[in-house]
Design a protein around this ligand. Structure first.
Ligand code: PHE
Ligand code: ZN
Length: 850
């Protein structure tokens, strides 16, 4: 069956399902090319429905037979499923369909990865398994029988029977089809147990392919910590006898929260000190927590429809950030989150792909698993918490779980629990969910007779389909310092509701220095005329760690912008202020490592655009290089001392303390390598016994043009380990000079270990190129052409990963006419491909219409 013509789906058109499902029985007879799926589904008319039209989704299915109440029927096939005459009373639907897992390269539905069967059903993959009302507001209990010779057969819920060549599972909690999962393979488990706070024993397993069993221990600890944390902080207990996690090599996303059977991209669960960096460990801990937390925020309470995606994702990202803050360092986590938010979400929100946190229309829902839905969605929860306070946030969440357990809920439901808890009217707050674009917040100040006045103005640029924006409620956390650097007004939340609004602070002896938007209290662009002197003052004295870091970042940014725009020399005033922080042993080393980092090249490009300039990616790259070189020379005495002081002698631990020390030492090493020709990096490489140290050294060596031998040796050492080889692919591109980045990436696509069928490998290669602005946007156009070649090759195989990667082009309007026309030509080349997927068509069309 051909794809239906791309159709836009609107939130306003939502109607309740005509039929509800009470229970689902599925039997799978697994076979690579001819899997049979036999279903028995109990339907009943939905009293709330407007009509009695019976429709079941189904794609790429071969229907062998269908029955209603035992009698054979002949359904009418449609482009996206089937319809059938059905009784106006409860009835039983049975069908027998055939599917081919081995032909499924899109990694959606039931597929085979490295010899194991695995499923991915969110958002609309279940319809590639059997005919079903594949929408999240249809919730049912599932009983699953798997027939196969493979030794390990898993599905959702609790095991009920097992024998020679079969296993049966029953999930007592009603769930939407997108949470269905099945895994079958020759797998090994890493077992453990957890006792819940009410004393129930839960069996835990991490299932992996033979050879990976030594990479499960960290993930298991993370799981147990997550289970405990959700009991302690949110009062949420686990609700099945067993919790399984499976690692799969071929996976489009990070991981999936299927009820009782989480499926993970192997890169997001497997970890060992030898093969994983500190950053990998932190991320794995966060993703395990994220998927586990979905059990309550996503599974027990799910989404009514896909427009409500942020209901589960924004809240769950917020929860996993809280968890990481509690396990590690809260300020460091906040800074990392804001770097990611600005790098991905602000970029999205200020380009052609901008959309509200709760979109009101889509063509392909897979294209809306975005930084806006996830990360901005999480920021909205954080703002709500700031506005109502911690105690009322906790009460509102209790009410949410009480009131909506078992529901498919909406953002309206979510906001209502806060309104009912606090008596607040959240009508204005709701604009955050409905209006796209990042608000710009400008500030002016006045001081008279001991009264200090801050006046804020907010505005948001038009975004696609939304020209007019109404003012939003913005929680602005402010503290004031006196000229000696003492805090005279501690952090205070100003609640801005108007387009323009003033706030007064009285009884001050002298004009204070304001610290505005502490802890990044709202996802806005703060526009404040400020001097480098004041920034250096805040970098030295601010008591808010986020704003202390932010002051250093602003200093670096203003210095870099002057270098790029006016050919200015690097500002040594900035360097002295920075050096004071790097040297300050009372500060967390992880914080100092972040402070020494520079704004990304993409950030600088956007800053130039905001100043009305056309950014030159090469000039940006050069300015960053010059500044790093200058810092390396300026701090020549300090850096080797720091490097030596923060070497870790203890056995490797993936905790925040050790990771922070390594981060600072390796930040120093990167600079040292610019003056010592890579000698220190080579020494570190030679003796490294963990991946953090080895990879940091390798990056320095490549950057110093001394990497050839180490690159070769690294490959020989790790060629058997796919996750490490992914790093090998991306690092060579990330550290290449802009003139050669595309050529290096192209050569790597010829490497025998390159395969586009594995999304991790594809991203490690083409994604690394897209993440190298000066290489990707090289004036030759080679970067654009190479990425396009591969997007065109991948699209017929895996539309979802292709479409996600199209966002590499989302910034095209920033650049000069030559680059714009080169990009346009590539976008048109993509759109011209016969049979282009709905996913990629939607993405390119939206990007192009900018
Ligand atoms: N729901 C998953 C998560 O956030 C992400 C995901 C979406 C995975 C779609 C696969 C497909 O945790
Ligand atoms: Zn999620």
């Amino acid at each position: 069956m051909k794809d239906a013509a791309p159709q836009t789906i609107y939130l306003k058109d939502y109607t309740p399902p005509s039929y509800l499902v009470d229970s689902v029985h599925l039997t799978f007879r697994l076979s690579p090319e001819h899997t049979r799926v036999v279903s028995r589904i109990e339907f009943r008319p939905n009293p709330e429905a407007a009509n009695r039209d019976f429709f079941l989704h189904g794609e790429e299915l071969r229907l062998h037979s269908a029955r209603i109440n035992g009698a054979e029927v002949t359904p009418q096939m449609t482009l996206e499923g089937l319809t059938c005459e059905v009784p106006d009373a409860p009835f039983v639907w049975e069908s027998d369909v055939e599917i081919s897992p081995v032909a499924n390269t899109a990694l959606e539905g039931l597929y085979i990865s490295n010899g194991m069967y695995s499923t991915q059903c969110e958002a609309q993959g279940f319809r590639k398994i059997t005919y079903y009302p594949d929408r999240p507001d249809v919730m049912a209990t599932f009983t699953v029988r798997i027939e196969s010779d493979l030794p390990v057969l898993l599905s959702n819920g609790n095991p009920v029977a097992q024998g020679d060549g079969f296993a049966e599972w029953h999930d007592p909690w009603p769930k939407p089809a997108y949470l269905f999962a099945l895994v079958a393979g020759d797998l090994i488990n890493h077992p453990d147990t957890f006792t819940t706070k009410s004393g129930k024993d839960v069996e835990l397993n991490i299932w992996v392919r033979p050879g990976d069993e030594d990479k499960c221990a960290f993930g298991m600890e993370a799981l147990k910590k997550s289970m405990k944390w959700d009991e302690d902080v949110y009062g949420r207990e686990y609700d099945l006898d067993i919790f399984n996690i499976v690692a799969v090599d071929d996976f489009n996303m990070g991981a999936m929260e299927n009820k009782g059977l989480n499926i993970f991209n192997s890169s997001c669960v497997l970890a060992s000190p030898e093969t994983s960096t500190d950053a990998n460990f932190e991320r794995i801990e966060a993703i395990i927590a994220h998927e586990y937390f979905h059990n309550w925020t996503g599974n027990r309470i799910t989404c009514r429809d896909w427009f409500q995606l942020c209901l589960k994702e924004g809240l769950t990202v917020f929860r996993d950030s809280q968890f990481t803050s509690d396990m590690r360092s809260a300020p460091v986590k906040r800074i990392e989150d804001v770097i990611a938010l600005r790098g991905r979400q602000f970029r999205e929100d200020n380009g052609p792909l901008a959309h509200p946190v709760r979109p009101d229309s889509f063509v392909e829902i897979n294209n809306f698993y975005t930084a806006t839905v996830y990360e901005k969605g999480a920021e909205l929860i954080g703002m709500l918490k700031t506005l109502v306070g911690d105690a009322d946030y906790a009460k509102a969440l209790d009410l949410y779980f009480d009131r909506h357990d078992g529901d498919a809920a909406t953002i309206e439901d979510w906001l209502k629990v806060f309104e009912d808890t606090t008596g607040r009217d959240l009508t204005q707050f709701k604009r955050w969910y409905e209006q796209a674009g990042t608000p710009r917040l400008s500030v002016s100040e006045a001081f008279e007779d001991g009264t200090y006045t801050l006046t804020f103005k907010q505005d948001t640029l038009p975004t696609p389909g939304q020209d007019h924006k109404d003012p939003r409620v913005i929680p602005i956390a402010v503290g004031l310092l006196n000229p000696n650097g003492d805090e005279v007004v501690p952090t205070t939340i100003l609640e801005m509701t108007g387009a323009e609004q003033s706030f007064r602070f009285e009884g001050l002896a002298a004009k204070p220095v304001p610290s505005i938007l502490r802890d990044f209290s709202a996802p806005v662009i703060l526009q404040r005329e400020s001097s480098d002197q004041e920034r250096a003052f805040l970098l030295a004295h601010d008591t808010d760690p986020f704003n202390k870091w932010e002051a250093g970042r602003a200093l670096a940014r203003s210095g870099l912008i002057a270098m790029i725009r006016d050919g200015a020399a690097p500002d040594t005033g900035h360097l002295d202020a920075l050096q004071a922080v790097v040297r300050d042993d009372t500060l967390d080393p992880a914080f100092r490592a972040l402070a020494i980092g520079l704004p990304s090249q993409d950030d600088l490009a956007q800053t130039l655009v905001n100043l009305g300039e056309v950014p030159d990616p090469m000039a940006i790259w050069q300015a960053v290089e010059v500044l790093k070189q200058t810092i390396a020379q300026h701090m020549q005495d300090l850096l080797p001392r720091i490097y030596a002081q923060y070497q870790v002698d203890d056995a490797y631990r993936a905790d925040a303390d050790q990771a922070g020390a390594r981060a600072l030492a390796n930040a120093a090493l990167a600079l040292i390598s610019r003056v010592d020709g890579g000698a220190q990096a080579q020494a570190q490489y030679d003796k490294a016994d963990n991946m953090t140290q080895q990879l940091a050294a390798l990056g320095c060596l490549i950057g110093a043009n001394k990497g050839d031998k180490a690159v070769q040796a690294f490959y020989e050492q790790w060629r058997h380990d796919r996750l490490v080889i992914d790093k090998w692919f991306s690092l060579q591109i990330a550290y290449s000079d802009p003139d050669h980045a595309a050529e290096i990436a192209r050569a790597l696509t010829d490497h025998p270990d390159f395969t586009m069928k594995n999304p991790n490998r594809f991203r490690a290669t083409l994604g690394a190129l897209a993440g190298h602005p000066a290489g990707f946007h090289h004036a030759s156009g080679a970067g654009y052409a190479l990425l396009t070649d591969w997007l065109l090759k991948l699209d017929p195989i895996n539309p979802q990963t292709t479409a996600r990667m199209c966002s590499a082009f989302e910034t095209w309007k920033r650049y000069d006419a030559d680059r714009q026309s080169m990009i346009l030509a590539q976008l048109d080349r993509i759109l011209g491909q016969q049979g282009l997927s709905r996913d990629t068509t939607e993405m390119i069309t939206r990007i192009r219409s900018a």
